[in-house]
Design a protein around this ligand. Structure first.
Ligand code: ADP
Ligand code: MG
Length: 327
């Protein structure tokens, strides 16, 4: 049995002068969770991550790991490791020496640390490039080297701040699959900061949606996506329409909307845009209250009875597809 090393925030707060960057957030991550902190720029994601790592002081509250308060320990004593957005590799050191660097700082002898660095490079499939300098690597290879360097300390929690943002879209999707595979193999907790909803949905077991220094909603990724509690979460996750109905505001998934002309139509609308997306067609319509909603139809559904811009339609959905929103 591996030791339980749950990570917990207890009223965790970060202030920079008068700015409250993280406002008394509390959350519990079970050991081995792949969690994404998701939210718009400036909402406090990086500050949260840096407080876990010990690169930023905790203003109030605590971070605990395995029940132990780590808030005031030096970074190297926390059982965490950080992978930075720009990888922060030393340009004058070989890949092998970059990976071995933290062991060198700990006074581990050359042969031993090179052996261990070699194992880490094997883990990320970089053995063949161990003698290169960072400048001689592609973006994806630099990322793997940075991962190996973070993992060599055998952290219980790996912290990743926008780890894929420097990569082109194609590589980003490939590397995200590799990150997920690596996390499954290692079985340790990954806390991954991103402002990309696709990335969070693809990777996270649990998602923590942040807004204005607070946790807006958190939980298992699918339950958050299926049942957003606020308009902010529904809009930020995307693929949802936020609609003001006479009975209150609701979120309705775009793929749950149907074009109905009969009695089952709940809203009349006029088509304002039709976007072909290959497997799907996105039909946007203006509905009462000067609101636009988008229905995502399968290509068959659309092309079996194609519509045109300007056409009057009805929009329908199953009652259970509408999620009441708090605001
Ligand atoms: P995110 O990573 O979600 O973009 P950050 O945690 O970087 O958000 O920033 C949260 C807030 O704290 C922002 O308003 C930002 O301007 C502010 N902030 C971040 N770092 C500092 C700092 N070192 N000094 C002062 N303000 C900061
Ligand atoms: Mg950030």
């Amino acid at each position: 049995m591996s030791q339980k090393l749950d990570l917990e925030f207890i009223n965790l707060t970060k202030r920079y002068g008068a700015t409250v960057a993280v406002d008394a957030i509390s959350y519990h991550f079970a050991t081995g969770t792949y969690a994404c902190l998701l939210g718009p720029s400036g909402c406090g994601k990086s500050s949260t991550l840096r407080m876990i790592a010990g690169h930023e002081t905790v203003s109030e509250g605590a971070v605990t790991l395995g029940g132990r308060d780590i808030s005031h320990l030096p970074p190297a004593k926390r059982g965490t490791a950080m992978m930075f957005q720009n990888y922060a590799l030393f340009p004058h050191l070989s890949v092998l020496d970059n990976v071995a660097f933290s062991l060198k700082m700990q006074g581990v002898e050359t042969e031993k640390r090179h052996k261990r660095a070699g194992e880490m490079l094997e883990l990320v499939d970089m053995s063949a490039l161990s003698n290169r300098l960072p400048a001689q690597l592609s973006g994806g290879q630099q990322q793997r080297a940075a991962l190996a360097r973070a993992l060599i300390t055998k952290p219980d929690v790996l912290l990743l701040d926008e780890p894929l943002s420097a990569l082109d879209p194609f590589l980003r999707i490939r590397m995200r699959a590799e990150l997920k595979k690596l996390q499954r193999e290692l079985g340790i907790t990954f806390i991954h900061v991103t402002h990309g909803q696709d990335e969070a949905l693809a990777l996270a077991d649990e998602i923590v949606v942040m807004n204005n220094a607070k946790i807006e909603q958190a939980g298992q990724t699918r339950s958050v996506f299926d049942a957003p509690k606020t308009a902010f979460v529904a809009r930020f996750l995307g693929s949802h329409n936020v609609v003001k109905m006479p009975e209150g505001m609701v979120a309705i998934r775009s793929d749950a909307l149907t074009l109905d002309t009969g009695e089952s139509a709940k809203l009349p609308g006029t088509i304002t845009n039709i976007e072909y997306q290959g497997t799907h067609v996105a039909v946007t319509a203006m509905v009462p209250g000067d609101q636009e909603v988008t229905a995502l139809l399968s290509d068959h559904e659309f092309f079996d009875s194609p519509k045109e811009i300007g056409e009057a339609i009805g929009l329908g959905w199953e009652a259970r597809a509408a999620q009441a929103l708090a605001q």
